[in-house]
Design a protein around this ligand. Structure first.
Ligand SMILES: [Zn+2]
Length: 111
């Protein structure tokens, strides 16, 4: 039995049921997709009747993970920018600061 640390991020999103079917967690929507294993357990069918190999499913999950990370980074950048704008006030005079400035444009205090 592998420990959590040895699993790749993609493997953590893929659960294998007792029957050998796959439950894939979407890292962006948080929804689950179900894939039914065929008799030989080397192919899996989704709810639209499309068939995939395990490798194809792992590749798709990896692509989705990359998307999820990119979305997270983009939203973190937005949050950071918003926080900087919200908190960018001079400690000395209380006037709003211009992002990137090292000195207050109003009173000249070092930021
Ligand atoms: Zn100031």
């Amino acid at each position: 039995m592998e420990s959590q640390q040895e699993m790749t991020p993609a493997e953590r999103l893929i659960q294998v049921t007792l029957a050998g079917n796959l439950v894939i967690l979407d890292p962006i929507k948080g929804t689950e997709k179900f894939y039914t294993a065929n008799d030989t357990h080397d192919r899996f069918t989704n709810d639209r009747g499309e068939e995939f190999t395990a490798e194809e499913i792992v590749a798709a999950v990896n692509e989705r993970l990359v998307e999820a990370v990119q979305q997270r980074m983009a939203s973190d950048r937005q949050t950071t920018a918003a926080q900087q704008q919200n908190h960018a006030f001079c400690a000395s005079c209380g006037k709003p600061l211009v992002p990137g400035d090292r000195f207050c444009r109003h009173c000249g205090s070092h930021i």
